[in-house]
Design a protein around this ligand. Sequence first.
Ligand code: SF4
Length: 276
Amino acid sequence: MKVIVAEHAGFCFGVKRALDMVLKAADGGRPLYTLGPLIHNPQVVEKLRAAGVEVVQDIKNIKEGWIVMPSHGVPKEVTNAAREAGLRVIDVTCPFVAKVHKRAAELARAGFQVAVVGDAGHSEVKGILSAAGDDAATVSSPEEAAATEWSDRVGIVAQTTQVEDRFRRIVETISANVKDAVAFDTICYATRDRQNAVLELAPQVQAIVVVGGRNSANTNRLREICESTGLPTHHIETADEIQPDWFTSMDIVGLTAGASTPNWIIEEVKRKLESG
Ligand code: SF4
């Protein structure tokens, strides 16, 4: 079977940067922990564990050592608490995520209620909300935007991994319902490139395989975009999950991967598809 890989797929700048920083720190042999998974990819987290980097869910679980704040950021209170507890902090928050925190804080200071277009409960969104003032709110759909009671002035930002079309529709809905709305499209270029590349790929293939962590926000957005094209779409984490009957009578399949999916997993999936 022929496999076409999307022009932009797999590791982005922010994830590469975070991994490099952590692997460099792990080289020193110091006690090193990440607060939650460094990135949303279980296979990479397992590799880090093999290099001596443990995952903790709460800073209370460690007494000393170095703690890494993940690439998608954390609420600032968490970083402060780690420092107060005497831990050494390595902050690998992606600069694009840090930029959203900054923008949200500026809007809150200027008197806007901040609307964060994103997935409620996602760790990146929790971090953005922590910078965005007490009345900040998450909104994930135009319907939710229409049903929410906003203040007169609303400043809108996006989780970096959102889909542009949904962001635009939410901005339109809020703008139609409040006196003063300003919007900053803070979706990062890596997300945009991966989403556009898969849309360009779709007309050339009979099905698409999306590779990435099941809890990876940007991978899930890629899957939604693929599904919206009407093509059979399969979201997998590893090559082992490929089922032979998915591609019966097909001879050309597309392949894409989220920003936290390493190249070696993409290559394994490609090889298995090609041999099918
Ligand atoms: S997806 Fe974008 S914001 Fe997230 S880590 Fe990658 S470059 Fe940074």
